[in-house]
Design a protein around this ligand. Structure first.
Ligand code: HEC
Length: 255
């Protein structure tokens, strides 16, 4: 039984490494525990979507440009699974790989990074608290995308199912919540940033450089959505300007 689970974990790690070894921008070393918990699989695509930066994960203490560690090197990031985890950027010659590693570290320590870390759950339970969770800064959310362009993209891509605004007020399909309703949820931003991971979208959505290709044995049932990270940012900027629906009572949308 023990041997079986070790084989399973090893297989899972190999698959993850293979998936991440396709063009990478820098290498992240990590203690095995972060990979086995599924945390990196949760965290890294969210960072990559934002930045287009792709990360290769290196196990077993081999040096990468950025290093997750439990040895107190660098800055404390989070606590959980019996450890405090730190992140450091390795001393190197500089250059683009180190710049991208630094960008990842900056993101991890930002409010968005911290929020992402605390959103990771196992069995519906939060796994990590951020290391300095006392310093809650209220920073205004700035959307970098172009809302006008985002409206055009949303109508063409999302408007097939969702009412995105006045542009297709009567056209959505019943099972898809309107953007105004989604916009009224306190975590709308998180939902839109990760829509491609939330059913039914994974089966029909490709985001350039972020999602894995469709499984050839299970082609999408409808004409798929092909978007870049920049286009998702434009859609997010558009959604940020959608007036939230006034629902009176709190609406329950299943997770
Ligand atoms: C083929 C139809 C279809 C298309 C196209 C589509 N969606 Fe959806 N979307 C749905 C359905 C159905 C749901 C409700 C899922 C549920 O409640 O489980 C949904 C839910 C969502 C949610 C809420 C998810 C959650 O877990 O709360 C977001 C955000 C979202 N869609 C964004 C988008 C964006 C952005 C696009 C365009 C880029 C898009 N969708 C395109 C069908 C679609």
């Amino acid at each position: 039984m023990l041997r079986f689970s070790i084989v399973m974990i090893f297989a899972a790690i190999c698959t993850l490494q293979q998936a991440m070894a396709q063009e990478k921008d820098f290498t992240l070393s990590s203690p095995d525990v972060l990979v086995e918990s599924g945390f990196l699989k949760f965290l890294l695509p969210r960072f990559s979507l934002k930045t287009g930066v792709k990360i290769e994960v290196q196990l077993g203490g081999k040096a990468g440009q950025a290093v997750f560690n439990i040895k107190g090197r660098g800055q404390p990031v989070m606590q959980g699974l019996g450890h405090v985890f730190y992140i450091s950027v390795a001393n190197g010659a500089g250059g683009p790989r180190y710049e991208k590693a630094q960008r990842f570290v900056t993101w991890l320590l930002s409010e968005v990074g911290k929020r992402t870390i605390t959103q990771f759950t196992a069995d519906d339970t939060q796994v990590f608290v951020s290391a300095k969770s006392t310093a809650v800064e209220q920073t205004a959310v700035i959307f970098e995308g172009n809302p006008t362009q985002g409206g055009v993209l949303a109508l063409a891509n999302c408007g097939r199912c969702h009412v995105i605004g006045k542009a297709n007020r009567m056209k959505g399909i019943g099972s898809s919540p309107s953007f105004a309703v989604l916009r009224s949820l306190y975590d709308w931003q998180e939902r839109f940033e990760t829509f491609y991971l939330r059913p039914p979208h994974p089966a029909i959505t490709q985001i350039e450089g972020v999602t894995d290709p469709f499984d050839p044995s299970r082609p999408p049932a409808i004409y798929p959505l092909f978007l870049t990270s920049e286009e998702v940012a434009d859609i997010l900027a558009y959604v940020s300007e959608v007036k939230p629906a006034d629902l009176g009572a709190e609406l329950i949308v299943h997770q």
